[in-house]
Design a protein around this ligand. Structure first.
Ligand code: KG4
Ligand code: ZN
Length: 339
């Protein structure tokens, strides 16, 4: 018998609901919250209010698109954390009430593990999924990790950022240049017509497989402050080259540690996940590195890069197979990496 999982994601500023039939995607609906744009970042209180408005219609559309009735659902999977507590509470409370009404189990999902497991969602033009064990570079707005994945439930963090995340580095560099939020996609777009060798910024020197991005942000800020003294239009004139150069530096830092992790572990199955994995430069350079190093590389479809509920549903599916259900008194968590 098929397993139908409803996934709910509400950890940050996207309200999303998805339905899977076993590993196959039937729907994946995402409501973005434009309200944060005018503030230059996510405002937590506004995010939770928007989730409250969005969640019921988003779930209804996800069920309609999947062409299933809610009484066909086997379980409801929801993001328990990490994320914004108020936002997580909306998804968690909804999942509990919805499942209670249908008398089906609830499944708690860790957002970071879900980003990785998104590779196992089956789509129409499926390109297959990584074999265990594999390495995954998770790069999002809040996290940067190199993870060794031995099974859907066994994951080990080999390296992570000690300060800013890669997505934060993109967003902060964009903010310094006066680009709109979120800055990552803007830098990506401008970088495509810029010269990545136009400017050079110092790469952080961090031991082992860990990362650091806060120094890069500071040197970018000081560099621009000095240039603006000489020419107040410096940013405007060099936007594309600045974007290409900062993006290239971030990618070089990300990939050099990933290569080191692959060489140290001897693992040649390599994946990327998270919002920054949408970056076209990262996707190209990873593909080139994979060819050189002899890796089999897995790059997610764009719909699975930024926050989405299909990844929550697939993580829920694997837990469903293990009968790993949560109780109705479960509460969300804001902080902490893996749990
Ligand atoms: O995974 P995600 O949607 O949310 C978190 O869990 O944090 O990631 C959002 C991050 C933001 O920092 C955004 O600027 C970045 O992903 N991002 C990109 C691109 N698309 C999204 N960064 C660089 N290039 C992109 N194309
Ligand atoms: Zn995310």
């Amino acid at each position: 018998m098929s397993i139908y999982i409803l996934g709910i994601e509400s950890s940050c500023d996207d309200t999303s609901a998805a339905v899977l039939k076993d590993r196959r995607i039937l729907s994946n609906v995402i409501a973005n919250q434009d309200i944060h744009k005018s503030y230059g970042g996510v405002v937590p209180e506004l995010a939770s209010r928007a989730h409250q408005q969005n969640i019921i219609p988003v779930v209804e559309v996800a069920l309609q698109k999947a062409k299933i009735q809610k009484n066909q659902l086997s379980a409801v999977a929801f993001t328990r954390g990490p994320g914004l507590l108020g936002s997580l509470l909306v998804g968690t409370s909804f999942a509990k009430a919805f499942a209670l009404g249908l008398d089906i189990p609830i499944i708690e999902v860790n957002h970071l593990k879900a980003h990785i497991l998104a590779h196992f969602v089956e789509t129409e033009n499926d390109k297959g999924h990584p074999a265990f064990p594999f390495l995954c570079l998770t790069v999002s707005g809040g996290h940067t990790q190199i993870v060794r994945v031995d099974s859907p439930s066994e994951m080990e963090i080999l390296g992570k950022t000690i300060d800013d995340a890669a997505g934060e580095a993109f967003d902060k560099a964009a903010k310094i240049m006066g680009l709109p939020y979120p800055g990552g996609p803007e830098i990506d777009r401008l970088a495509q017509v810029g010269n990545p060798k136009a400017f050079s910024f110092p790469e952080p020197k961090i031991q082992g497989l860990n990362y650091s991005f806060s120094g890069l942000k500071t040197s970018f800020l000081y560099f621009l402050r000095d240039r603006l003294k000489e020419d107040e239009d410096f940013i405007e004139k060099n936007k594309a080259d600045l974007s290409a150069s900062i993006q290239d530096t971030i990618i070089r830092v990300l990939l050099s540690k990933l290569r080191r992790a692959a060489r140290e572990t001897g693992i040649g199955e390599v994946a990327i996940a998270g919002g920054v994995s949408a970056n076209s430069g990262l996707r190209q350079q990873l593909t080139a590195m994979a060819q050189k190093e002899g890796w089999r590389v897995f790059i997610p479809d764009f719909q699975f890069t930024t926050d989405n509920a299909a990844m929550i549903a697939i993580a829920g599916y694997f837990k469903y197979l293990d009968k790993d259900f949560a109780s109705q008194d479960i509460a969300p968590y804001a902080k902490g990496g893996f749990r």
